[in-house]
Design a protein around this ligand. Structure first.
Ligand SMILES: *Cc1c(COP(=O)(O)O)cnc(C)c1O
Length: 455
């Protein structure tokens, strides 16, 4: 009898609680710090986040209930399928079993709505009418546009000007879901106006867009700010991925030996890996030799080449300081085609677990990720997002090691999104126009010299 290749759950099997890894950390997390080096106060954060989000951000409770209203929206695309990549296994000639959790089935095409939906929900509960955010490539902006619409909230997206002009389809998705999208810098905020005064042709940056979105949220009582990765509450929401995957593996009586995911701000990686780490923390024999591996681009090697230190979350130094692996907040990663992985820092939770050697990390070069993505598309059919291609590369490499050793490992990776809006990156790959960037050691060293001196 052949083993199942598509493992699905019923809608009523969507988990009822998110898992909070803070409950199982060997050491308490380092607190975020304000600009003066003292722990950031809840009052500072309440200007831009609702109380329930802030509570989750600081919670040490192991299980946090998912509101029924959120589970109802999740049902539009969840539970997401767990798939076995049998054709890829055959193409590689590996004895390993390769599984992927496919998050590209969401309306926005990635895992990001898993957190956008609860964020919109808690903001509406708190009486908030409008949400702001920034977006670069448009993945988070489209997720929050969709989620805001589900709960009747107005959404304003500050989209980095160069992306606004180069990525009209993501912008149109946001507008289709009713969001207002502005090319940042705008003349709507003090930050934007002062930049445009000095430089009317400014093409924008994620740092500027964050500053604009935060400024607007801080200045209006009916408006809050939302962030799509890095923070503890975002990772908490994303654990729906790993919790479902565990139920799916239970159904077929298997358990992964290796769990892999692309890692930008760390939300999808933590979301898949943490529920498996919970088994390890609980002494589950199946998880004894489990390895969880974060996969990052070698051009932006935050975990593998960064420093573990307090740093700002944004380029302009507006956010509280977080203890995390960082390449320095003013590090400008090369313009690789996995926009979601071009972040100088990483989730403080992923960083701490990596520092305590409970997670591993590996960096992979751009060309090899597209090679893996194309091989995956040609064997499994799904065209992966460039970010997801990083995990596919590492999963294939694990499977190739098994081909040599004859080991029959079970490999699980996170297919975080489809690549339908990234076809121009594939075009560059096919035409030979993509390049590998060396680890920018000098730029990283330079940026690390500017780390804030706290902690
Ligand atoms: C945003 C994004 C990522 C990276 O973000 P994380 O917070 O590290 O998960 C990965 N894959 C896709 C498809 C994305 O949109």
């Amino acid at each position: 009898m052949s083993e199942p290749t598509r493992i699905v759950l019923e809608a009523d099997e969507i988990p009822t609680h998110w898992y909070n890894v803070v409950a199982d950390l060997p050491n308490p997390p380092a607190p975020p710090l304000g600009p003066d080096g003292n722990p950031a106060t809840p009052e500072q954060m309440l200007a831009i986040f609702p109380g329930q989000i802030l509570e989750q951000e600081m919670s040490a409770e192991r299980w946090i209930a998912i509101p029924d209203e959120v589970r109802e929206i999740y049902k539009i695309w969840r539970p997401s399928p767990l798939m076995r990549a049998v054709r890829l296994e055959r193409a590689l000639g590996t004895p390993a079993r390769i599984f992927y959790k496919y998050e590209g089935v969401s309306p926005a095409g990635s895992h990001k709505p898993n957190s956008a939906v609860p964020q919109a929900f808690y903001n509406r509960q708190a009486g908030i009418k409008r949400l702001t955010t920034e977006t670069g490539a448009g993945q988070w902006g489209s997720s929050i546009a969709f989620a805001g619409q589900m709960f009747g909230l107005d959404v304003r997206v500050y989209m980095v000007k160069v992306s606004y002009e180069q990525k009209p389809y993501r912008r149109l998705m946001m507008q289709t879901w009713g969001a207002e999208v502005f090319a940042s810098p705008t003349d709507l905020t003090g930050t934007g106006r002062s930049i445009l005064e000095r430089d009317p042709e400014n093409q924008g940056s994620l740092g500027i867009a964050i500053s604009e979105a935060v400024e607007e949220a801080a200045g209006r009582a009916d408006t809050n700010y939302t962030l799509g990765s890095v923070l503890n509450h975002v990772l908490l929401h994303q654990t729906i991925i790993g919790l479902e995957a565990k139920k799916q593996f239970d159904k077929i009586g298997l358990y992964p030996d290796v769990v892999l995911g692309p890692c930008g701000g760390g939300s999808s990686f933590g979301g898949l890996a943490f529920p498996f780490l919970a088994d390890k923390a609980a002494g589950d024999a199946r998880a004894k030799n489990l390895r969880c591996v974060a996969v990052e681009p070698s051009s932006c090697p935050t975990l593998t080449k960064g420093a573990y230190a307090y740093d700002f979350g944004d380029a302009s130094g507006f956010t509280p300081l977080m203890k995390m692996y960082t390449l320095g907040h003013d590090f400008m990663p090369p313009g690789i085609h996995a926009g979601g992985l071009r972040y100088h820092g990483d989730s403080p939770l992923v960083s701490q677990l990596y520092h305590e050697k409970l997670l591993e990390a590996v960096a992979v070069p751009q060309l090899a990720t597209f090679e893996a993505g194309v091989q995956f598309a040609r064997s499994e059919g799904i065209i992966p997002a460039p970010e997801s291609c990083h995990a596919i590369r590492a999963a294939i490499d694990e499977a190739l090691v098994c081909r040599e050793s004859g080991e029959c490992k079970t490999i699980l990776f996170n297919l975080t999104g489809h690549g339908h809006f990234d076809m121009s990156a594939y075009e560059r790959y096919f035409s030979g126009g993509l390049e590998d960037y060396e680890y920018p050691a000098a730029a990283v060293l330079d940026s690390l010299a500017h780390l804030p001196r706290f902690g």
